[in-house]
Ligand binder design. Structure first.
Ligand SMILES: Nc1nc2c(c(=O)[nH]1)N[C@H]1C(S)=C(S)[C@@H](COP(=O)(O)OP(=O)(O)OC[C@H]3O[C@@H](n4cnc5c(=O)[nH]c(N)nc54)[C@H](O)[C@@H]3O)O[C@H]1N2
Ligand SMILES: Nc1nc2c(c(=O)[nH]1)N[C@H]1C(S)=C(S)[C@@H](COP(=O)(O)OP(=O)(O)OC[C@H]3O[C@@H](n4cnc5c(=O)[nH]c(N)nc54)[C@H](O)[C@@H]3O)O[C@H]1N2
Ligand code: SF4
Ligand SMILES: [Mo]
Length: 732
């Protein structure tokens, strides 16, 4: 049976087989994005299906403060009763929803509909706000539509040059690197990552200075006559204003701010400009800043000046992160959007979706808070008193995590649907055990905008339900007609085709039979063919759009727009007390909050605890030794981790992964400053200090619980929260 990996947006094609004894085997398929390869996480993904502490019964927190096993009718009745009570007493916005970019299109769609129709709340957002929001804002502004890669991944294989800004694909999407073998790579990363080591040229700016750097690259393009004037005239607007801003950023000034030598800046632009086929790609390294939108826009300006977007064989894109990070941002779980990227403030869009949902347009709420604002408002006066979480673990992954845990525990009601007792689930009043990837049907939209089928190899364990089923059960208890919330993925998909018809992300021409027949369908894929067909021929349908922008961009005038942006510093400058810059991100073996990968023996064995990368001189000044313990702290709090000395690090910068729980959470020190346009937090730069921590156990294997060793792998499935009773604490 063929399907796709449960983790990242590359959505590697896999074949699953059942060995008959309850184990699932996975193997890569020849699917174009991965062509026979998988990363370590993909190879080991089936282990999560049978993890020892898999949730198989609903859990309810009792009067004694402990989570205890319950049954589905009781759990769903309890949730519905308490939601109804809160709504009656405090109004619909007292109830909030938090979704995820790992949810299938069908789940994301139904979750948004559930919030707006069954709960009537404006308070819904999702973890993609922490992921793709800055790139989406910049892409929408420039192109009029946001599809992470507006071309197939395999197009990269013919590139002569690729600039990768803040993307460590060698660890975050390893099979993608096979498409980058031909191109000369320019890597922009404060660290000498596995990706940077493969590059022809590595620019190593201080974290948070890419805006200056990208302005400098545009400056070089203009000053050295490398701008594609004909393209700029024919296909864009706004170049003079953008160029005026860049004029102030001479390479020597940029060098002083970023640390990237002026000569290397010039070399990078010449390398791209000389290439027949070139791409500029961004990742979270440049986007996860309080100025992430402007930074993505500045790299986009460079790509436009060089004439890349919408030119065959060249392009600009952002590497979407989560499995359904693309579809997840189109289906209406974002605080300001309806399915298909329709806007909640556009009367025509509201009318279209309301008609599909069978409700009056005026009954739809308006836009709500963005993810961090929503989490920060929980339990405060005027903020929501209940939260339903589907597909996220914000107790670990949200910025300023200690404050987020405070807010989660201040709620009257926290409901978490998950298949493992994540750190967030452990705080919940009600935990709902749900199905996993290999146990369910649905669709995902990969990083290139291609819609993919997720298929069930086997049914979920007894006692476990699908997310759609959970939403269905809650909706009918809240008085909704049963048929308005189908529990069947195909039925939901048929409805979302209708809801997205005519929208920017148009799925109306896509169907399960077409996908199952192996068609490669990229949105927009309208049902109505460009030309009229009649006669007995099979229903004419669009072939979808693998490559966007070849003729025109999606603004009414068909032109792309340069952005007028200027550099600014990080939200929190370094100080005498916090003299270093900390940045955060990923390592190959773990995924996100680690809720899944910390439960896989092979992955937890490979990387059992967080390792902070530090330059030897910086370490010496702080009295740190290789493999010793360190406390990385900011004005907000700190994490404990192990030190790895790395002479390729900038002496002013340290790096920490965010995959670990408890006291090993990098988000204990991150800053919740938000990008004013996208709501993206400042994950990638914090002012910190390093302090040596006496190592209680010379043998790393004997590290204490809070060192980041999977803290909850020993919790039995049937006692999920029994030992976290009343727990306002995570991982301790
Ligand atoms: N192994 C693994 N793979 C994953 C995931 C995972 O958790 N683990 N998650 C998936 C998801 S959701 C996402 S969003 C993607 C993310 O994929 P990436 O964007 O590749 O991942 P990150 O490690 O967050 O950040 C990339 C790089 O940005 C650099 N960086 C930090 N600060 C700056 C800066 O100021 N400027 C520049 N230029 N670079 C900076 C970091 O050093 C890091 O090497 O990965 C996906 N794939
Ligand atoms: N410091 C720092 N913090 C970061 C980042 C960073 O670079 N640095 N990156 C940010 C980014 S890009 C992202 S994407 C976020 C991600 O952070 P999270 O949102 O925490 O992501 P996951 O760990 O994937 O959490 C998904 C949870 O949902 C469960 N789950 C998975 N699939 C399903 C499903 O289909 N249904 C249900 N009900 N549950 C499911 C999993 O078991 C897991 O507990 O982290 C952000 N946080
Ligand atoms: S690269 Fe992403 S999709 Fe492919 S196997 Fe690894 S985690 Fe899965
Ligand atoms: Mo992400």
């Amino acid at each position: 049976m063929t399907t796709h990996c449960p983790y990242c947006a590359l959505q590697c094609g896999t074949r699953l087989t059942d060995d008959g004894a309850g184990s699932t085997r996975v193997a890569p398929t020849d699917f174009p994005v991965n062509r026979g390869r998988l990363c370590q996480k993909g190879w080991t993904a089936p282990a999560v299906l049978t993890t020892a502490d898999r949730l198989t019964r609903p859990l309810l927190r009792g009067a004694d403060g402990r989570l205890a096993e319950s049954d589905w009718p009781t759990a769903l009745d309890t949730v519905a009763d308490r939601l109804r009570e809160l709504r009656e007493r405090h109004g619909p916005d007292s109830v909030a929803v938090f979704g995820g970019g790992g949810l299938t299109n069908e789940k994301a769609y139904l979750l948004g509909k559930f919030a707006r129709v069954a709960l009537g709340t404006s308070q819904i957002d999702y973890n993609g706000r922490f992921c793709m929001s800055s790139a989406a804002a910049a892409g929408n502004a420039a192109f009029g539509v946001d599809r992470g890669l507006p071309f197939p991944v395999t197009d990269l294989a013919d590139a002569d040059a690729v600039l990768l800004a803040g993307a460590n694909v060698a660890e975050t999407m390893p099979p993608l690197t096979q498409h980058l073998e031909r191109a000369a790579l320019v890597a922009v990363d404060p660290r000498r990552t596995a990706t940077a080591r493969r590059s022809a040229l590595h620019l190593q700016p201080a974290p948070g200075t890419d805006l200056a750097l990208s302005l400098g690259l545009l400056h070089v393009a203009v000053a050295e006559g490398l701008v594609d004037q004909e393209y700029v005239r024919r296909r864009t607007n706004g170049f003079p204003a953008a160029a005026r801003r860049a004029a102030a950023w001479r390479p020597e000034r940029v060098e002083a701010v970023t640390g990237v030598p002026a000569g290397a800046q010039r070399e990078a632009v010449h390398l791209l400009a000389a290439a027949d086929r070139a791409y500029v790609l961004t990742g979270r390294g440049v986007e996860q800043h309080s100025k992430g939108t402007d930074t993505a826009a500045a790299y986009l300006n460079l790509a436009l000046a060089l004439g890349l977007p919408g030119t065959p064989g060249s392009g600009y894109g952002t590497l979407t992160g989560q499995g359904n990070g693309q579809g997840g941002r189109e289906m209406g779980q974002k605080s300001d959007q309806l399915p298909g990227y329709r806007s909640l403030t556009d009367p025509a869009a509201r009318a279209h979706v309301a008609r599909v949902w069978g409700v009056p347009p005026e009954s739809l709420p308006g836009p709500g808070r963005t993810a961090y604002e929503l989490l920060d408002s929980l339990g405060r006066p005027g903020g929501p008193r209940a939260l339903l979480v589907f597909g996220s673990n914000p107790a670990v992954s949200a910025p300023h995590a200690a404050r987020v845990v405070d807010r989660l525990t201040a709620l009257d009601l926290l409901v978490v649907a998950d298949f493992v007792p994540s750190e967030t689930a452990r705080l919940a009043d009600v935990v709902l055990p749900v199905a996993q990837w290999a146990e369910e049907e649905g669709t995902m939209t990969g990083l290139e905008g291609r819609v993919l089928r997720r298929r069930a190899l086997r049914p979920p364990p007894p006692g476990v339900r699908g997310d759609l089923d959970v939403l269905h059960g809650l909706a009918i208890r809240l008085g909704q007609p049963a048929e308005r919330f189908p529990a069947d993925a195909r039925e939901v998909f048929e409805e979302l085709r209708d809801a997205t018809r005519g929208a920017r992300a148009d799925y109306s021409g896509i169907s399960y039979p077409r996908l199952d027949a192996g068609e490669a369908l990229y949105w927009p894929c309208p049902a109505d063919p460009p030309t009229a067909h009649d006669g007995p021929a099979p229903a004419a349908t669009s072939a979808g759009t693998p490559r966007l922008f070849l003729e025109r961009f999606h603004h009414p005038d068909g032109r792309a727009r340069f952005a007028e942006v200027d550099h600014r510093g990080p939200a929190e400058p370094t100080s005498e007390r916090y003299p270093l810059l900390a940045t955060t991100g990923r390592v190959l073996a773990h995924y996100q909050s680690g809720a899944q990968t910390r439960r896989v023996a092979e992955l937890a064995g490979a990387v059992p605890e967080p390792v902070v990368e530090v330059h030897p001189d910086t370490a010496a000044r702080a009295g740190l030794v290789d493999r010793g313990l360190v406390r990385v702290s900011s004005a907000r709090g700190g994490m404990t981790a192990r030190v790895r000395l790395d002479a390729t690090m900038r002496p002013d910068t340290v790096f920490a992964p965010f995959h670990f729980a408890g006291d090993a959470r990098a988000n204990l020190f991150t800053h919740p400053a938000l990008d004013p346009r996208s709501g993206m937090p400042e994950f990638k730069v914090s002012a910190v200090r390093l302090d040596a921590v006496p190592d209680p156990a010379p043998d790393p294997g004997g590290a204490p619980d809070d060192s980041g060793v999977p803290d909850d792998s020993g919790v039995p499935a049937n006692g999920g929260g029994a030992d976290t009773g009343g727990g306002a604490e995570v991982g301790s």
